[in-house]
Design a protein around this ligand. Structure first.
Ligand SMILES: Cc1cc2nc3c(=O)[nH]c(=O)nc-3n(C[C@H](O)[C@H](O)[C@H](O)COP(=O)(O)OP(=O)(O)OC[C@H]3O[C@@H](n4cnc5c(N)ncnc54)[C@H](O)[C@@H]3O)c2cc1C
Length: 209
């Protein structure tokens, strides 16, 4: 289409990302979704994770399985889990009167002081708002803790992570992509599955370009 337009008008065309719904975003999402399914993944569209079962693993904890709203009592088992449920806007974090919580697993949260220290007096404050940097506390591999014990097979990625401010630093999507990539690298290195399918083939990369 772009080639045809360029040929007929002798002009150069560029696609520009826009606010949602973005054509480029839809195309990337569609391509990643198909690549995930082709690589053997199962998508539970519209479902919601509600809880998990933890087992002691030496000094650490291990997440044995998760439960969802639709599957009710049917557990989903996996060797590794990634929590990428976002920040307050996506309900990955929930603010109560005096406490911020992670609602699925009740993971340890990095917050700051009492409620009146969560925000700046001025809405457009130069120093931003402290709550924007709240999130689930993790180690350098993005493994969270629950009551001080590290989750050996659970990882966090994206805006559920603390210690950065997407507004002040001007980047949210980049953090989500880079931390997701880092987590995937770490899981692949540890995983018992040592041959992974080429999730995004050259053809798929072309479709996204
Ligand atoms: C209006 C707006 C404009 C933005 N513009 C930019 C921009 O220009 N540049 C930029 O870098 N960033 C921007 N951001 C920020 C960027 O969108 C986020 O940083 C990024 O989407 C975070 O990705 P994420 O995957 O961590 O979380 P999210 O994109 O929030 O995804 C979390 C997902 O988890 C799902 N979820 C939550 N709880 C559960 C559960 N219990 N079970 C199953 N699923 C669950 C949610 O439904 C959601 O789909 C913008 C954000 C908004 C709101």
């Amino acid at each position: 289409m772009m080639d045809k337009l360029a040929q007929e008008t002798h002009l150069r065309f560029h696609e520009v990302p826009t606010m949602p719904p973005s054509l480029l975003g839809i195309r990337v999402e569609d391509t990643l979704r198909r690549a995930f399914i082709e690589a053997g993944g199962t998508l539970h569209v519209g479902d919601e994770v509600t809880s998990g079962v933890f087992r002691p693993s030496g000094e650490q904890l291990s997440l044995a399985c998760i439960y969802t709203k639709k599957l009710k009592t049917v557990p989903i088992n996996a060797e590794y889990f990634v929590l990428a449920t976002g920040s307050f806007f996506s309900k990955g974090l929930v603010a109560g009167l005096n406490k911020v919580t992670e609602p699925i697993f009740d993971l340890d949260i990095a917050t700051q002081g009492s409620r009146d220290q969560w925000y700046s007096e001025q809405f457009f404050s130069q120093s931003s708002h402290p709550f924007l940097s709240f999130g689930v506390e993790t180690n350098q591999h993005f493994q969270p803790t629950k009551a001080g014990r590290t989750l050996e097979n659970l990882y966090c990625a994206g805006s559920i992570l603390p210690h950065y401010d997407p507004i002040a630093h001007g980047c949210g999507g980049g953090v989500a992509i880079s931390t997701g990539y880092k987590v995937a690298e770490h899981v692949i290195a540890k995983s018992s599955v040592n041959t992974i399918p080429e999730a995004i083939s050259e053809q798929r990369k072309g479709e996204m370009a």
